[in-house]
Ligand binder design. Structure first.
Ligand SMILES: *Cc1c(COP(=O)(O)O)cnc(C)c1O
Length: 437
């Protein structure tokens, strides 16, 4: 069905996730509903951690890129599995803090952190701020001076690697809003400034070349380039970089067209490249960090919807309308992302047709898939969309004043709500009618 999941089909022909009949889940919690399989999340986290231990002798830390799915329960799971956390906003940092996540294992990314966010990060005593640009470096140095602190930082670098993925999720090339470039020497300008700042200590370099990448080569090439840069920082400025963060971006299987490799092979091959390059350049092996997000949570999640109107436009297409849409999953509208669809209450029935799955928002572009294979489908059926654990709930919105669906975590046939669904009162919670209106 889809790799790396515990999905199965029971004797009633219903889709089962984490030992729970998905039709029962839909009945009990309503639809739309995000469902996450706890065992899949944990085993993916463990797999990365074990690979880091095995191939890099444990001299590293796997950070869960929380933007893929950031909730307090997810922070707790990452903590229990011994992972660190990558956050990209004050809101994600607050979530981690509120969940009791150890702040020393939090890394703060983002291309335009505000002074307020930087200040919060310093006050929380997080592990590293990954500084994106010179403006941020100056702001941070000023803040540290005011607070009487020294920030040990990492810097986001564009290593000049073109990962072959969607334009919107490529981030390693020079024309990207993220980080300072290597090709034009911007990184060296950054480093010499950082060296002269009294309240800054540059100890790490970071890169993240994009997302949903299937090849090993871009990651290996990136590691080589980054090590060369570390050697140059040492030669030119006497800066000792002791941390190398290679980001995330490992591709997952959304449909049968996707063919990801075993994730521990990334860790294995990159570890090898790092060790070799360190020998070649005569530098000490850095502490290594990786930041998988999507590959940890996407395969663990499905979304359940109830089918409403089915409109067949003869000779053109068949629209299958669902009770959710771009407000709970904007990825098709954003990137034309492909998904696998299944009628959950007849999961074992044969595929008979191609349909277009339409959401309920007032946008023609509110679709979850076009011309996707599906079983016979009728109003009242439960439609499951697979591999929605990443960048669905975290990207959801209230367009058309739709409430975000709840998130349930299932394990061994038990389901617990980890994010409550939003009702009408939640929708108007921040609305005010001024007295003089
Ligand atoms: C988005 C992001 C990640 C995670 O990417 P995935 O494709 O979800 O693995 C890791 N690091 C940084 C800096 C990111 O921006």
């Amino acid at each position: 069905m889809i790799e790396n999941t515990n999905l199965r089909i029971n004797e009633k022909g219903h889709l089962v996730i984490g030992g729970y009949d998905s039709v029962e889940l839909a009945r009990e919690f309503g639809t739309p509903l995000y469902v996450l399989d706890e065992d899949v999340i944990r085993s993916n986290m463990r797999m990365y951690k074990n690979a880091m231990d095995k191939y890099y002798e444990g001299k590293g830390l796997v950070l869960y890129a929380s933007k893929a799915l950031c909730t307090m329960a997810l922070c707790r799971i990452a903590q229990q599995e011994g992972l660190g956390l990558d956050v990209v906003s004050g809101g994600e940092l607050y979530t981690a803090k509120k969940a009791g996540f150890p702040m020393k294992k939090v890394y703060f990314h983002g291309n335009n952190k505000s002074a307020k966010e930087l200040s919060e990060a310093l006050d929380a005593g997080i592990g590293r701020i990954v500084v994106d640009n010179i403006h941020e470096l100056v702001t941070l140095n000023d803040l540290c001076r005011q607070k009487g602190k020294i920030a040990r930082i990492s810097v986001r670098v564009k290593p000049g690697i073109d990962a072959h993925t969607h334009d919107f999720v490529r981030t390693g090339q020079i024309d990207s809003k993220f980080g300072v470039a290597l090709e034009n020497g911007e990184i060296y300008e950054f480093a010499s400034m950082a060296k002269n700042f009294e309240n800054i200590e540059l100890v790490g370099v970071h890169c993240h070349i994009g997302s949903q990448i299937f090849d090993l080569e871009p990651f290996e090439e990136t590691a080589r380039v980054m090590l060369g840069m570390i050697a140059e920082l040492k030669d030119r400025f006497g800066i000792n970089i002791s941390e190398l963060n290679l980001g995330g971006g490992f591709g997952i299987k959304y449909t049968s067209e996707d063919d990801p490799i075993e994730y521990d092979r990334y860790v294995e091959s990159v570890s090898k490249v790092v060790k070799e390059a360190c020998k070649e350049y005569g530098i000490e092996q850095p502490f290594m960090l990786m930041e998988p997000g999507r590959s940890i949570v996407a395969p663990a999640g499905i979304t359940l919807y109830t089918v409403g109107a089915v409109k067949e436009i003869k000779g053109i297409r068949k629209y299958v309308s669902i009770d959710g849409g771009m407000y709970d999953n904007p990825r098709y509208a954003l990137y034309k992302s492909k998904y696998t669809f299944l009628v959950a209450n007849r999961a074992d029935a044969p595929i008979t047709q191609e349909v277009t799955v339409a959401g309920k928002c007032c946008e023609s572009g509110d679709l979850l898939g076009e011309n996707v294979p599906l079983q016979d489908v009728k109003p009242g059926d439960i439609l499951a969309v697979l591999a929605t654990g990443a960048y669905n709930y975290s990207m959801s919105m209230n367009y058309n004043r739709n409430g975000r669906p709840p998130v349930v975590l299932v394990k061994n046939g038990k389901a617990r709500i980890i994010v409550k669904g939003e009702d009408y009162e939640d929708i108007v919670r921040n609305d005010l009618i001024p007295e003089d209106l």
